[in-house]
Write a protein that binds this ligand. Sequence first.
Ligand SMILES: [Fe+2]
Ligand SMILES: [Fe+2]
Length: 327
Amino acid sequence: MQTTATERRDDFGELRNYTDSKFQDRVERTYREMHTNQTLDFVTSNKQKYAALAHGTMDTYQVFKLLEEVHDESDPDNDLPQIVHAYQSAESICEFAMSGETELRADLDIKVLFKPSVWEALPQKWRDLYEQHTLKTLYSHITDWSWFPLLGFIHDLGKVMLLPKFGSLEQWAVVGDTYPVAAPFAASNVFYANSYYTDCADYSNYNIQTSSNFGKYPRNCGFDNVDMSWGHDEYVYEVMQQGSQICPEGLYLLRYHSFYPWHSPQNGVMAYTELASDFDWLMLPLLKAFQKADLYSKTPDLPPQDVLEAKYRKLLDRFIPQKQINW
Ligand SMILES: [Fe+2]
Ligand SMILES: [Fe+2]
């Protein structure tokens, strides 16, 4: 498979260019509409609608093929079809994180996943814990990691919500970074300076912080108790939670991989720590490792299409043994 030209890199350089990308207009429009239209009502009604998985019973590989028609208008760095991105992300995980088919590499230090300034600003308790571990020892209860590359392959399947069969949602309701709605809007969100969020109908109702609350939520309630802006993360999480045998850690990665203001903030300041639980802090290094593969710092030379297809079909068969699942 041809793997030409992608500019997309990880978050250690000038990457995720939101200031003068060649796709600036469509990227900015997507975020303007997102920050204006993602209300609590919008999120809860879509959550309910899509959790019913009433869009048909399909083989995941069939759904994957539909990505051929999907483009992500929030992506400032490339315009590749999503199908290429799926293979690249999956193969990046193999290259970056795996040693063989089931083992995680033993030498992945957690500290290197963070920008130095972000690392220094971490709460002492968590920095101390991360420092004592490699990725492998922090999650030593996971002994079989074969699902990890598969996640790279499926993580963006929720973008099919752009297609007629899956509801024809607008770009701003499917792609881009996610953030908690019904809560103060953090400066770590992209396009914060443009203040689009102040035009959201919810803005004045939930722009509150007290000793016990952050917006609508109790402090440190955990992201699983927060309503995130509606997008492709939550949909694929819901499908796989109901239809696959992927472990809870894997499902977590699907659900929060676009939560950039938390895991990889543009301005270097981790946001929404007010809502994070101990579990979210524990999952952060894994989310960072996944994010590095999603934004692959270099494009791996991909094996031929038929080899890739056989490899990921095999993983799908293992983790989705019933094959046909509800979407
Ligand atoms: Fe994504
Ligand atoms: Fe992605």
